[in-house]
Structures are given as C-alpha cells and as structure tokens.
Design a protein. Structure first.
Length: 147
C-alpha cells in the first residue's frame, strides 16, 4: 500500500529545480548537478528513462504505466519503485512540483532505452562539494538581456 505522500508524487508532474540544478543527457546517461548542495547525481538506465519522462511532463502514474507496458514488469512493484525514485529526486532538491503540467502525448514521449527492467537507481556523488564551494560555476549569461 502506498503512502499518501507517494500517491501525491505519482499523481504530480515535476520540472527541473532551476537555476539551482542543471542536468544533461550525455550519450544516453543523465548527469545532474545541484549547484547549491555541491552534489552531482547519476541515474541507471531505467532511472534515465524515468527522468526523461518526468522532464517531458509525465506524472509518476503515467511513467509506471509506460514501464509496465514496455517491460511487462509487475505493476505494483514498478509503481513503488517509481514513487521511491521521485521521492529521492524531491528529497535532493533536483525537481519541484509543477502546478499545471503541459499536456504530453504518447506521440512525443521519450523513447525507452533500458534493455531490461530493474528498480531505478539515483546515485549521489558528494566528492565535489569542496571544489564547488571554492570555485562555484559561473551563472548563466543571457546575451539578449546582457545579464
């Protein structure tokens, strides 16, 4: 049975917690950095698929349904795994809830790239905290506004 908190995570949509967090898809791997906390993060193959779906506007329930349909995995297990991953991304301040998500159609849904289903994993690396505190990344420059 899911908790009320995990049910909310499954029903809600999320966006990147900008400007504190930056993320990029590099050769199929998702690399995320929380500039405020000085930690960076990696996702396994299934986690990367989940992340792409989250960033495209899918909520946790939609993501779980796509994964179950794609891999034929146990629905209850997948829902619990997705709720756990979403909770971790919220806990680490990587994403924030979206009030009214943009509609997403399956025509534009990100392609699933993982070869098989396993519980998605978020790996936390904090070995750069001291370096980022000493030499933080420069803020983004907007050439239009000049700021």
């Amino acid at each position: 049975m899911q908790s009320i908190e995990s049910e909310g995570a499954m029903a809600g949509s999320f966006r990147l917690n900008e400007p504190a967090v930056i993320a990029d898809d590099i050769d199929g791997e998702i690399v995320i950095m929380n500039l405020e906390r000085g930690s960076y993060y990696g996702l396994d193959a299934v986690g990367a698929d989940v992340w792409r779906m989250m960033m495209s506007g899918d909520n946790g329930a939609q993501i779980a349904d796509r994964i179950v349909a794609h891999f034929g995995a146990d629905a209850d297990h997948v829902r619990a795994d997705i709720a756990t991953l979403i909770a971790k991304t919220l806990e680490h301040g990587l994403v924030v809830p979206v009030e009214s998500p943009a509609p997403n159609s399956t025509d534009t849904a990100p392609e699933m790239t993982a070869g098989q289903y396993n519980a998605p994993e978020l790996t936390v690396y904090s070995d750069m905290k001291d370096l980022l505190a000493f030499d933080p990344p420069l803020p983004a420059y907007d050439p239009v506004s000049g700021k």
